[in-house]
Ligand binder design. Sequence first.
Ligand code: 5GP
Ligand code: ZN
Length: 137
Amino acid sequence: MNCIFCEIAGRRSDASIVYEGDRVMAFMDIRPWTSGHLLVVPTRHATGLADLDPADGAAVFAVGQRIATALRNGPMRTEGVNLFLADGVAAGQEVFHVHLHVVPRTAGDGFGLRGVPSSPSRIALDQTAGVIRSSLT
Ligand code: 5GP
Ligand code: ZN
């Protein structure tokens, strides 16, 4: 398997590392959306959410939360933070090793997610909720 994030986690490829722990590593994205954009990854390979150990997922989120706090409190101007995870091609995933984007934000930085909200009825929302609820395991 040729996985760039496994190579980075195994210290066989270069990265600008921000955090290194047993379960999780965080390093700068090489093509940042904003200054300070970084990625938090589980050190153990998981392609997507379906094969991610929930304990690794919890650790990834905890480190993302900790780094978001550091960004807010540190010297780099950070007015807000977006956490973003793409799971699957349709969701925009390009590297198939789970990663949480941590994106520092400032007003007018030009970053944004495109989306057009709709206005479904309560009945439609309840129906959709029921379908999803019955799929929960
Ligand atoms: P995705 O679209 O899969 O959510 O995001 C993949 C991210 O990984 C992109 O933002 C891309 O810039 C970043 N990336 C791809 N290859 C490398 C790499 O070799 N090193 C680092 N640090 N980031 C990478
Ligand atoms: Zn990997």
